[in-house]
Design a protein around this ligand. Structure first.
Ligand SMILES: *Cc1c(COP(=O)(O)O)cnc(C)c1O
Length: 356
């Protein structure tokens, strides 16, 4: 029995699953993880919190994760409260729930590429048509062209990633506001990397009060160094949260997930301290790459897109041979490196220097 022999949905035939390589090498700079593991005190607090919960695992978790959502609202600020925040297992599940509630057969979702590959994958997985809009040469979005594309395709959902993955580009809130005004449906701003943005970069959260069809998603996978916990969340109008309640699985967020996320939030100041170090390392990496004569996209994220390589696969392979795993992603001649510790970035520079 092969996959092709199964009575699988026609629109899934011939597709390949999402798969960044998980290769065991000394320096892994390919999935934008935070290189700094949790501190000893966070680990101790987490172990204690889990111990306290363990005796009650015969019970279902708080189905609405109210305590966690309230704490996420406080973290986000902007006057947000529990009824305007929603959480799920990674922002990928949050995005899937948005598709389940606002997409579906006969509906259209649109994004501006190059951008996060999971947006089209989750869209088509929800039997929704994907329309790809284009970004400019500097990876920004031209507001006039974006509005024209929206008027042409009338998408039910528009995805905007800011800062964008894999380019690192942050969007001006005025561009987002113009798109929200033109869009007939929901607009999702994926802010997975917001905490890494350069000082003064405004969040799309500032636009929420005036825009009930706007959704801003965030994650604890990157800045909060909790990729293994699987916790993503969003802020939106309370009516949007009510829509998501219709499609979420009962008790989707386990007691252990809620507990781990709450402990991490309590250690927020410490975790965000490491973000400052990563931002400095990112800026130094951009400068070093430019100093080597390479083309580098401005980055407001914890990774850098650089090129241009006629044979980027050979460069990627050469880096891997030297124990450094980066990502072959984005436009054809570019490569992406996630920002690691100073030692990891030194290994990255040494390996690239050899190849160049
Ligand atoms: C990494 C990433 C996410 C995070 O996904 P999780 O499911 O929360 O781990 C979301 N959006 C973008 C653009 C990302 O790069």
């Amino acid at each position: 029995m092969r996959l092709e022999d199964l009575p699988i949905r026609d629109d899934l035939r011939g597709r390949t699953p999402y798969g960044a390589p998980q290769i065991d090498v000394p320096v892994r700079l390919n999935t934008n993880e935070n290189p700094y593991g949790p501190s000893a005190s966070l680990v101790a607090d987490l172990a204690e919190a889990v111990r306290a919960q363990a005796g009650e695992l015969n019970r279902y978790p708080d189905r609405d994760a109210l305590a966690l959502r309230g704490e996420l609202a406080s973290y986000l600020g902007h006057g947000l409260t529990v009824e305007r925040v929603w959480a799920a297992n990674g922002s990928n599940e949050v995005l899937q729930q948005i598709l389940q509630a606002f997409g579906g057969h006969g509906r259209v979702a649109m994004g501006f590429e190059p951008s996060y590959s999971m947006h089209p994958i989750i869209t088509t997985g929800a039997s929704t048509e994907w329309v790809s809009g284009a970004r400019e040469d500097d990876f920004g979005i031209d507001p006039g062209k974006a509005v024209a594309a929206i008027e042409e395709h009338r998408p039910d959902i528009v995805f905007l990633t800011s800062p964008n993955n894999p380019t690192g580009t942050a969007l001006d809130p005025e561009v987002i506001a113009g798109i929200v005004e033109a869009a007939p449906g929901m607009v999702v701003v994926d802010e997975a990397y917001f905490e890494f943005a350069r000082t003064g970069t405004p969040s799309a959260l500032t636009l929420l009060p005036d825009n009930p069809r706007l959704i801003v998603t965030r994650t604890m996978s990157k800045a909060f160094a909790m990729a293994g916990t699987r916790l993503g969340y969003l802020a939106a109008h309370p009516a949007v949260i009510e829509a998501l309640l219709l499609v979420r699985l009962p008790y989707h967020l386990s007691t252990l997930t809620q507990t781990a996320a709450r402990v991490a939030l309590a250690h927020g100041a410490e975790l965000l301290g490491a973000v400052d170090a990563l931002r400095a390392e990112r800026d130094a990496t951009v400068e070093w790459l430019r100093g080597r004569g390479l083309t580098v996209a401005d980055s407001d994220a914890n990774f850098v897109l650089f090129g241009l390589f006629e044979d980027r696969h050979a460069v990627w392979r050469g880096m891997l041979d030297r124990g450094v795993l980066i990502r072959e992603v984005g436009p054809p001649e570019w490569l992406r490196v996630s920002i690691g510790t100073p030692e990891e970035m030194a290994a990255f520079r040494a390996a690239l220097e050899e190849i160049l």
